[in-house]
Design a protein around this ligand. Structure first.
Ligand SMILES: Cc1cc2nc3c(=O)[nH]c(=O)nc-3n(C[C@H](O)[C@H](O)[C@H](O)COP(=O)(O)OP(=O)(O)OC[C@H]3O[C@@H](n4cnc5c(N)ncnc54)[C@H](O)[C@@H]3O)c2cc1C
Length: 564
């Protein structure tokens, strides 16, 4: 490349045309000196090659520009209705758009649930709108890979047609992949400023992060393969150069991320995935850095590294500023961990938002897991998290608590957050919140926030629907449901397996302890009907209905369409 560049410079500075009548010595070139068009053709071919090189900057910017436009569009659509009430989408057309484009899965009915192909290929289905955006990305990628790829005849003096195309492709994929790197890192961060700009939540950015990163690694692979072929017999000699070795390190690291980041692995071995992902990403960035440092695109690597370091720093500051209090962790109904944490005075949870929590035990202190948090109904100074027992850290805590009296323990925790945004429901006349299982804390927090801030003039209809499998789940959310009796929130609980009595003892005990009687003393006095508590399941349901008199219970599945 250096030879071509210096030859081109030499040519532009001191070259003369044959037609100028000066004598030119062509003896060193494999060229038929009788062709007087040769110098022009040579100029064209060099221009083609060098413009292909320099224009890649524009092509890369087109890719970044596409995402910029998508985000500006997203920001306008999400901010305008919040700022100007007249811009709130209402009526049949926006509703149709929401129902048929924004919300549903691109294909099939399930979103955020894994689809399976050939046993190991698992994936989440993006929404239709997200799919359209990703399709647009593919169109832009196709354009930047095909535009201005034509071969100029005299290139045969430098390369053959085949060689020229290999080099164009190699240069393009190499440079554009480097330019995509900051975007990939920025989209993956928890403290991505673009979340505030667009009001998209982290999971949307993570989904785009995955697709852009896959495209980036595919580009890196094409870059590596096409250069390997183009180098031909020089391959072995050039591969000894450190910049090529680092390029290979980046390529291998990228390929490892490509495979180990598959949903199949993420779902089963999340922590292994995460550790490998971070290690390989460091190698990918370091390899890219050393590979491009002399080629002029290292600023994109600096930008990516800067974004990553900033995100990590903000995470540490958030963690430290919360402090490391002892949390009361209790296993409830053998299915959920209730975590009550005293918060610092300056720290306020975001209704519907979440935190990342570290349980500071030797077996898991390095892991941070996201859980929705809400202010405790018992104390404004505490936040409460409800964590469903799954197979990793939550299962470790479950096993630990099972060995303790009362299934409860004080555990030091680190809390990073709050993250996430409150939904735009506060601007609507009516709001319907629907939650399944452990998804209730976020919906509850938003409904409570909305009802608390609701004035007589702004009075709106707020409905909260909670779908649970068994009645036992009421146990861990009982206090919150009780606290709703003071608020204007129409609450309905659907129980899909209403006759399942497994692990119901906690709820039974709660219903007969003095604590609940005390809390509900006023309600009981106000209630004129006589309730007898016997020990069968039907009576238990009666008792639940009595204590949670402001909550409606429906046995069976809801029809979501009807609810909305
Ligand atoms: C924004 C957000 C809010 C959430 N709020 C709640 C909540 O209020 N209550 C609740 O019960 N669950 C909530 N979850 C899910 C919860 O984070 C996972 O169930 C939890 O991390 C599982 O921990 P584990 O080690 O026991 O799980 P594992 O059995 O190891 O994994 C179970 C599943 O959780 C995923 N997972 C594991 N670790 C993480 C992690 N660090 N980050 C993201 N996903 C992970 C895995 O991919 C796997 O699919 C929330 C998730 C997100 C993204």
């Amino acid at each position: 490349m250096d030879n071509v560049t210096s030859a081109y410079l030499n040519y532009t500075q001191s070259g003369t045309f044959v037609t100028d009548g000066k004598v030119v010595n062509f003896t060193n070139l494999a060229f038929n000196g009788t062709d007087s068009d040769y110098p022009h053709a040579l100029e064209d071919s060099m221009n083609q090659f060098l413009h292909n090189w320099t224009d890649i900057l524009y092509y890369g910017n087109a890719v970044l520009g596409y995402w910029g436009l998508v985000m500006v569009f997203g920001a306008i659509c999400n901010w305008l209705p919040l700022i100007f009430s007249s811009c709130r989408p209402a009526g049949p057309v926006p509703n149709w758009f929401r129902k048929n484009v924004i919300l549903p899965a691109a294909i099939g009915k399930k979103r955020m649930q894994n689809y399976k192909l050939f046993q190991v290929i698992e994936f989440y289905m993006p929404s239709r709108l997200e799919s359209i955006i990703l399709l647009g990305f593919c169109v832009v990628i196709t354009i930047v890979l095909t535009i201005n790829m034509s071969y100029v005849q005299s290139d045969s003096l430098i390369f053959t047609n085949y060689q020229a195309h290999l080099r164009y492709l190699a240069n393009r994929t190499g440079i554009i992949s480097t330019m995509m790197l900051p975007l990939v890192i920025l989209f993956s961060g928890r403290n991505n400023i673009l979340q505030y700009f667009t009001r998209w939540n982290h999971s949307v950015f993570i989904m785009f992060h995955r697709y852009i990163a896959r495209m980036m690694v595919t580009f890196v692979l094409i870059h590596a393969i096409s250069f390997t072929i183009a180098l031909g017999p020089n391959y072995n000699a050039i591969m000894k150069d450190p910049f090529m070795i680092w390029g290979t390190v980046a390529t291998v690291a990228g390929m490892i991320i490509f495979f180990q980041g598959m949903l199949y692995f993420r779902r089963r071995w999340y922590e292994v995935f995460l550790a490998m992902h971070i290690l390989m990403a460091v190698l990918f960035i370091a390899g890219t850095w050393r590979h491009v440092v002399k080629l002029g695109y290292v600023w994109y690597v600096y930008a990516a590294t800067g974004v990553w370091i900033l995100d990590r720093l903000i995470r540490i500051v958030r963690l430290v500023s919360f402090g490391f209090p002892g949390a009361d962790v209790t296993l409830m109904s053998n299915e959920t961990l209730k975590v009550v944490i005293k918060k610092p005075a300056h720290w306020q949870p975001t209704p519907g938002g979440h935190v990342f929590i570290h349980f500071l035990r030797p077996s898991c202190f390095w892991q941070s897991h996201p859980f929705t948090c809400a202010t405790s109904p018992q104390s404004e100074d505490h936040i409460v998290l409800y964590c469903k027992v799954k197979g990793g850290v939550t299962h470790g805590l479950y096993q630990y608590l099972m060995t303790l009296p009362g299934k409860t323990a004080k555990i030091k925790v680190g809390v990073e957050g709050p993250y996430g945004e409150t939904s735009g429901a506060k601007k609507s006349e009516s709001a319907v919140f629907i939650a399944g299982g452990n998804g209730i804390p976020g919906m509850y927090a938003e409904a409570v926030d909305l009802a608390t801030k609701s004035t007589f003039e702004s009075r709106r209809s707020i409905k909260l629907y909670w779908i649970i499998r068994e009645y036992r789940s009421l146990y861990w959310f009982f206090e919150e449901l009780q606290s709703l009796r003071r608020l204007d929130v129409e609450t309905t609980v659907f129980v899909t397996q209403p006759n399942n009595e497994q692990d119901i003892d906690g709820l039974k005990t709660l219903l007969v302890t003095n604590r609940v009687e005390e809390v509900l003393e006023k309600d009981i006095k106000d209630n004129t009907s006589e309730i007898t508590f016997e020990d069968d399941f039907t009576d238990l349901k009666n008792k639940i209905a009595f204590h949670l008199s402001r909550v409606s219970f429906v046995d069976g599945r809801p029809n979501i369409g009807e609810l909305v």
